[in-house]
Design a binder for this molecule. Sequence first.
Ligand SMILES: [Zn+2]
Ligand SMILES: [Zn+2]
Ligand SMILES: [Zn+2]
Length: 466
Amino acid sequence: MGGSGVSPCDLDREFAPQIAQLLATPPLQSAQEYYDELIRSKKHDGIRVSYSSKHGKGVCANRDFAEEDLILKDQMVVGAQHSLNKIDCVVCSYCFCFIGSIEFQIGRRLYLQSIGASIDSTSERHCHGSDVGSSTGCSGSTNGNSNDVPQGVVMSLMDGDTSLPFTDQFRLPSVVACPGGCEGELYCSQSCADSDWDSYHSLLCTGSKTEPLRRSALQKFVQHANGTNDIFLVAAKAITFTLLRYKKLKRQPASHESSFSLLMEAWKPLSMGFKKRWWECVALPEDIDSSEEDSFRQQMRDLAFESLQLLKDAIFDPELFSLDVYGHLIGMFELNNLDLVVASPVEDYFIHIDDLPESEKEEVEKVTGLFLDALGEDYSVPCEGTAFFPLQSCMNHSCCPNARAFKRDEDKDGHAVILALKPISKGEEITISYIDEDLSYEERQAQLADYGFTCACSKCQEERPI
Ligand SMILES: [Zn+2]
Ligand SMILES: [Zn+2]
Ligand SMILES: [Zn+2]
């Protein structure tokens, strides 16, 4: 198998039976109970997860839906904004809504642009984790010219001393700092700050409250991820999510279960999602010849091992620090085509200005035009990242789907939103398209091969060459 062979990780050997258990497909009954409980607790009574011998796991309608009906708003288990996207937009690190104000978003962006900021000079903008080794970014450098705006004006936008016309119609929640004192994470509310701290961030914070040795180890890990692939940051969050749940379960006095079974319980939400090791499933970049495939996959495995060693210096727990576990976690974020996207209110703002009646617009644009020009084409860049959505990820693909992931105007945070594309009756399977379903039959099958299946939906059956 490409890029595998003997693992360089000692823990993979030392804890082989435990790791095999962590990575085993959960038994059907336990998985069914997990989804039933998840659906009950989140009140998603319109759907159910069911298993069939033909397609395995899938999502079915539990009532009738009309076209455009909301089927599901799915809350992520773990996710993160792409490192380079942090230059473009400031969002809550827990719920991913935009924060501060329109002025703050614009001012901060122009400021970072003017000092030529990048998270790390060696890193590329990752549209998707799979573009390791490729040199094309999705948004590229900005076309604006922030030097046209005096530095003093930029600062007063950031500090809230200057307000732009009509921004009172686009109010954003004020910024709440990280309780651990780091500068990297900001929130829309104290409750988001606390939830993030309890669920993931208390083990990853590089603020002054973290002891110096651990802090510098964490900084090295983050630097490595920003310089190579920021998918490692999401994998690290998945590990801290599990560790913090595990600690909480252990503290419960009524618990008589063994430590390992508590770890299995803490791990459960993630155990439902993964399929393959990252270095085995990552798509081969176009500029790499197939004869180089083995060494490419080996390189990706070594990169993951490097990242894991750095993380281990900061947080230590034997079973979870197996390379095998890490590889599966990264692979999970790679294989689920579930991007985190939140539209920018800055875009809405400039659209609103553009839609003003001519008489009014001229005056307003005398003020706002300067900033729009300075921001350039990228004024509308949304918040982008990677996330694992527990229920959306159960939805099967169809090239003629009856539902789609689509954010409405009111969906301003990181939830995945699924809407009905056509009427769906109770009992029918709910499907979404993982790819552009308007591509030709051959192109569709080629893209779906990356997900590891051949599509046999009704459209494919009709179009299949005989
Ligand atoms: Zn929030
Ligand atoms: Zn922090
Ligand atoms: Zn199909």
